[in-house]
Design a protein around this ligand. Sequence first.
Ligand SMILES: C[S@@+](CC[C@H](N)C(=O)[O-])C[C@H]1O[C@@H](n2cnc3c(N)ncnc32)[C@H](O)[C@@H]1O
Length: 307
Amino acid sequence: MAEKTITSAPRNPSRGFFAREHWRSHGALRLVRRYTPFWMRRVLRSPYLIGLDGLDLVLGRRKELVPPRYLNYAGFGGFTEAGQEFLKYFKDLCGLQPDHRVLDIGCGIGRMAVPLTSYLTTGSYEGLDIVPSGIRWCQQNITRKFPRFRFQVTNVYNKQYNPSGKCQPADYQLPFADQEFDLVFLSSVFTHMLPPDLEHYIAEISRVLRPGGRCLFTFFLLDDEARRGLASGTSALKFDYELAGCWTTDPVTPETAVAYDERNIAPLLQRNSLFLDGIHPGAWSGRSAYLSYQDIVIGTKASAIKH
Ligand SMILES: C[S@@+](CC[C@H](N)C(=O)[O-])C[C@H]1O[C@@H](n2cnc3c(N)ncnc32)[C@H](O)[C@@H]1O
């Protein structure tokens, strides 16, 4: 599938993400982040973010359906832009229609859900996450206004996001019926999950997708060009640590950022009755032609009847 250059799309936030992640991943800040747990970084940042939220309120800059900064633990900056960017991919790459039923796994604080509220006019949306505060905000602000958009929290373990989670991701069953959804997507979630958990989630996603339904996942994928970016230091992230079946930037909390070999994606999907429609490389690896910040994988659920 063709790559696209985004020079003519000024609202695409990939360049901004690249610059921010590059700055955070190189030098001393990387070590500070490694030895300060995610929840502690959130607490330490809170007074500053609450100050900015207060300023937004005073200056009348607070927008409806945009969470306050101090609550937004998932995807700083570009909340609105990233949502709009992905709505375009759901329509253009996955054929999303206004009457479709959609599942957003690892929905965070509703970044992808908000723009869908104006597109899914007769369809419906389910959001699922392991962090209660984000789900609470979505229920109070999105479901209240759009009852066809529902959110639920699940107590699944993730060393970065939910270290006290009771259920291992590889044992988790999605609380939905077989073949219920037209589209299932995970944006910036498999980039925080380890191999056995990834394999299990893909099987579960395939189970809940209708035949012919589409899925969209973002990843950090290592192909020749990404490896060149890593070797030359021009990638935003440094996947220096190899684990069984993946690479991570952080040996203390591997879920901080996880990369996979690009060659394993088609077989992974195929084992689970999903066909790979295309991989769209992202800006994170330092390449000049890209679609988004992370790599985007599109798949289709095999039809029940094989021809
Ligand atoms: C970087 S955030 C992205 C949030 C959202 N998808 C977005 O794009 O705004 C990663 C999200 O994945 C969620 N997550 C991590 N592991 C998960 C799991 N095993 N099941 C469901 N969600 C998970 C985290 O709680 C967090 O909200």
